[in-house]
Design a protein around this ligand. Structure first.
Ligand SMILES: C[C@H](N)C(=O)N[C@@H](Cc1c[nH]cn1)C(=O)O
Ligand SMILES: [Zn+2]
Ligand SMILES: [Zn+2]
Length: 483
């Protein structure tokens, strides 16, 4: 049977099985697997078991829920267990290539009060707009479950699976992939011994129309600054003006990190960024993107840059510093007149070549300490790293990228753009280094999916076509003469 004939049968099955695939996604999304919320850790574990059950019913073998030990500090409960990594195999034929597919089953926090139109952990199938709405639909439960549907479609179409598949599904990606590095090191010559390539479906197209393949990610160093003052929250009428307020110190320290144009004000970071080459300018010129698409995705007119090249460089190629929030501060409606006793400011820096993570942390911590010292406050200040994750940039010209480009052409009828990604997938570089193989990012969703935001969605066409691309990719990769 020719590849085209195989694809016809598989794709027909994907279309037929669509309602069942959506049903699996709905069941997965129902589990609020928020890795950053310690109280929801049992839910993250529950989702791992749900996936293991799915893998079992599909006939995967050697299914393991690998424990990673306790979560390292800073953490409220020092006994908190990390969620397990779900390892499984489909096929173990030495004559076939082996593809490791990585995905994460944890999600970002979400609450209806944040502005969602519906309950975030109830999948909404919007027939009118042809989209699937719910936390994790695009990041990353939809793409992750896509790999399971690839297997099911092959089974029901009666087509032999072209490769050996290994899954590595983790539950801590949104919180720094803690513990996974060590597991990969331990299993590099055991469970992962025969891996020829790694495919990750956990990012997004640049815009809304053109499919892409991705060869780079920024890293992410996440920090917290804790200012400690009085023993308890106090009445601002009774104590305001006569004690040093932690929140006043914190906003001043945080105010020295970045300006409103996005320029990082911490000395020593810019110097670590690799200079932009002439070749890079040429690459960026050819990419399909506009400020209008950015505005549509952000739902605003607040872009700091108007030119395509500036936007892309600042998204992919330069570091950025974002301020995320303050733990312990009043954040509700109304007018509570309180002086918070202890506040913890959270910010992260997206890193790029050649920023050294340890050096960056030293610079950041010293900067915060220096700025706090200037305040002459009797309060205490501690700045620390919560987690870091490496940036990754690879060469997109190998058998895996070629197979994915062919698969994209078969499904969408166009050559994909080659992009980098402003977000981070902390474990990517570890796969490349520890398994001594290449990694390819094959995104399923679109740039306006609202990952990490309210009303996160995945277009039904992206879900269905994504499963078809994943299927065709495995066949093209299996047929390729190189690894
Ligand atoms: C791109 C990926 N889907 C993603 O959202 N990654 C997260 C990873 C992260 C790193 N620190 C905290 N979370 C991201 O880029 O924010
Ligand atoms: Zn995410
Ligand atoms: Zn993700």
């Amino acid at each position: 049977m020719s590849l085209d004939q195989k694809f016809e049968k598989i794709f027909k099955k994907v279309d037929e099985l669509k309602p069942q695939f959506i049903d699996v996604l709905a069941k997965a999304i129902e589990i609020p697997a928020v890795s950053s919320d310690e109280s929801l850790r049992p839910m993250v574990v529950k989702k791992a078991h749900f996936l293991a059950d799915q893998l079992k019913s599909l006939g995967f073998s050697d299914i393991q829920l690998r424990e990673l030990g306790t979560q390292p500090p800073p953490v409220n409960d020092p006994k908190l267990q990390l969620p397990p990594v779900v390892l499984a195999r489909y096929g173990n034929d030495p004559a076939k290539k082996t593809v490791l597919v990585y995905g994460h089953y944890d999600v970002q926090p979400a609450a209806k009060e944040d502005g969602w139109d519906s309950e975030p952990f109830t999948l909404v199938v919007d027939e009118e707009k042809q989209l699937l709405k719910g936390r994790g639909s695009t990041d990353d439960t939809g793409p992750l479950t896509g790999w399971l549907h690839v297997v099911r479609s092959h089974q029901e179409a009666g087509i032999e699976f072209p490769v050996n598949l290994i899954t590595c599904f983790e539950g801590m990606e949104e919180s720094g992939s803690l513990g996974l590095d060590d597991l990969i090191a331990v299993e590099a010559d055991k469970y992962f011994k025969d891996v020829d390539t790694v495919c990750i479906s956990d990012n997004y197209w640049l815009g809304t129309k053109k499919p892409v393949l991705t060869y780079g990610l920024r890293g992410c160093n996440y920090y917290q600054v804790t200012i400690n003052g009085p023993h308890a929250d106090l009445h601002s009428g009774v104590f305001g003006g006569i004690i040093a307020e932690p929140m006043i110190d914190l906003v001043q320290v945080m105010g020295t990190l970045v300006d409103s144009q996005g320029k990082i004000k911490i000395e020593g970071i810019e110097e670590m960024v690799a200079p932009v080459t002439e070749k890079e300018h040429e690459i960026y010129e050819k990419i399909d993107f506009s400020v209008e698409e950015l505005n549509a995705a952000s739902g605003s007119n607040t872009s700091l840059y108007k030119k395509k090249e500036d936007i892309l460089m600042h998204r992919w190629r330069f570091p950025s510093l974002s301020i995320h929030g303050v733990e312990g501060a009043f954040a509700g409606q109304g007018a509570k007149t309180v002086i918070p006793a202890k506040v913890v400011g959270k910010f992260s820096i997206r890193t790029v070549p050649d920023i050294d993570s340890e050096k960056l942390t030293k610079i950041v911590v010293e900067h915060c300490e220096r700025e706090f010292a200037k305040l002459n406050s009797p309060n205490t200040c501690k700045a620390e790293l919560i987690h870091d994750g490496n940036y990754w940039v690879s060469d997109p010209f190998n058998a895996s990228f070629t197979a994915a480009a062919k698969a994209t052409k078969v499904v969408y009828g166009v050559e994909p753009d080659l992009t980098r990604e402003g977000g981070s997938i902390p474990i990517t570089l570890s796969f490349e280094e520890k398994l001594k193989t290449n990694v390819m990012l094959l995104p399923m969703g679109r740039g306006d999916d609202g990952a990490h935001s309210i009303n996160e969605k995945l277009d039904i066409s992206n879900f269905v076509n994504g499963i078809k691309i994943m299927s065709a990719y495995l066949h093209y990769y299996a047929e390729s003469p190189e690894k």
